[in-house]
Design a protein around this ligand. Structure first.
Ligand SMILES: [Fe+2]
Ligand SMILES: [Fe+2]
Length: 327
C-alpha cells in the first residue's frame, strides 16, 4: 500500500489498453464500430443453435457491470476483471461467449460491495485455474441496505471474506492507493470534495446496531497511465462522485491529462447533478467519456449532447482499444 500511487510508473506506463465490456445495462447489436470502439455486430447463428465459446452469439445484459481490462507495457501484458455483474448467470455466460473464460487473469477487482458488482464472483472465479486473487476494500463486507421510498429495507450485500476464500482465491485488501503494476493502480478513500457529489441518499450501512448513511468508503477505481495520452479512470458506481474520483486520480499520479473516463457514474434522476457533472467533465476535457451501467438514461442522453465527439455509448460486448502515440 502506498500513499502516492504511480510513483514508479514513468518508465513503465501502458502502451496499449484494451477493455471489453463483459456486462453492462445495455445491449445493441446494430451499433457501428468506431476507431476506439469495436462492436460485435449481429449474431451469426440462429438462436436455437448451440454456440461455441468465442462465437459472436448474443450476449446477456443486466443491471450490472463487468469489464475485462488488458494492459500492455513494454514489459508485460496483464489482465484484470473489474466487477462481476448482478446475477450469477450473466458474467460467466458472457465470458464464455467472448472467449475470455480460462484466459490469463492476473486479478479480479471488486469496485465496492453492492451485488450488481459482486453477484457472479464465485462462478467467475471457477472459470480460471488457478482462481485469480481478489482485490477488495475491507469495508465492502459491511452489512448495508437500500431503503425504498415506502420505508422497506433491502439487504444489499451478500459478500463475505469466506465466500472468496472458499472459492480458492487469495483476498488482497486494498485501502488508499495500491499499485497493481507499473502505471496501473487502484485508488480508494476517495475524498468527497464537491458540493454536488454527496453520495447515494437511499443507501445505509449498519453501524453499532443502527442504520447510518452509507458513504461508500469501500469504493475503488482503476486508474491506468497510458503513455503520451493521460489517465484512464474506470469507476464501478462512482458513489463518491465521478468528478471526485477523476480529481483524486490526478492528485495521486504524476499525470494531469485525462484520456478516458469510463464506468458507472450513478446520476439517475438528479438533474442538477447531471448538469454539473457534464460541466466538470468538459473542464477535465477527456478524449473519451464512456458512461455505462448506473449512469442512468437521462444522464447518458445529456452527456451525449454535452460532450459531443468525446461521448461513446457503452454496450455489452464492445471492445475498446486505446494506444499510446506511435503504437
Ligand atoms: Fe452499480
Ligand atoms: Fe453501487
Amino acid at each position: 500500500m502506498m500513499d502516492r500511487v504511480g510513483s514508479r510508473t514513468a518508465p513503465g506506463a501502458a502502451r496499449r489498453v484494451e477493455i471489453v465490456t463483459v456486462m453492462d445495462n445495455y445491449a445493441d447489436v446494430f451499433l457501428p464500430s468506431t476507431p476506439a470502439a469495436e462492436r460485435r455486430g449481429p449474431p451469426a447463428l440462429a438462436p436455437d443453435r448451440p454456440a461455441p465459446d468465442g462465437d459472436p452469439s448474443p450476449l446477456l445484459a443486466e443491471h450490472g457491470l463487468s469489464l475485462w481490462v488488458s494492459i500492455t507495457s513494454d514489459e508485460a501484458t496483464r489482465s484484470f476483471l473489474f466487477d462481476t455483474g448482478m446475477t450469477e448467470v450473466g458474467v460467466p455466460y458472457n465470458l464464455r461467449r467472448l472467449g475470455l473464460a480460462g484466459r490469463q487473469l492476473d486479478g479480479l477487482i471488486l469496485s465496492h460491495g453492492h451485488p450488481d458488482h459482486t453477484a457472479a464472483l464465485v462462478p467467475t472465479l471457477r472459470l480460471f485455474d488457478p482462481p485469480p486473487p481478489v482485490y477488495v476494500h475491507p469495508k465492502a463486507f459491511a452489512e448495508r441496505y437500500l431503503v425504498r421510498p415506502d420505508g422497506q429495507k433491502l439487504l444489499s450485500n451478500t459478500l463475505s471474506p469466506d465466500t472468496i476464500r472458499s472459492a480458492g482465491a487469495e483476498l488482497i485488501p486494498v485501502q488508499g492507493g495500491f499499485d497493481l503494476a507499473p502505471g496501473v493502480a487502484l485508488i480508494g478513500d476517495i475524498p468527497m470534495k464537491n458540493e454536488f457529489e454527496r453520495g447515494f441518499p437511499a443507501a445505509f450501512v449498519m453501524q453499532d446496531g443502527e442504520l447510518a448513511p452509507d458513504l461508500f468508503p469501500d469504493e475503488l477505481a482503476l486508474v491506468i497511465q497510458l503513455a503520451g495520452r493521460g489517465l484512464i479512470v474506470i469507476t464501478g458506481c462512482a458513489h463518491r462522485g465521478v468528478i471526485n474520483t477523476v480529481r483524486h486520480a490526478r492528485e495521486l499520479t504524476p499525470e494531469e491529462r485525462v484520456h478516458v473516463v469510463m464506468g458507472g457514474f450513478h446520476l439517475g434522476g438528479a438533474t442538477e447533478k447531471i448538469q454539473q457533472t457534464a460541466e466538470e467533465l468538459r473542464r477535465l476535457d477527456p478524449t473519451h467519456v464512456i458512461p455505462g451501467h448506473c449512469t442512468g438514461w437521462e444522464a447518458t442522453v445529456h452527456l451525449s449532447q454535452a460532450l459531443g465527439r468525446a461521448f461513446i455509448l457503452s454496450a455489452v460486448g464492445t471492445r475498446f482499444v486505446f494506444d499510446a502515440p506511435g503504437s
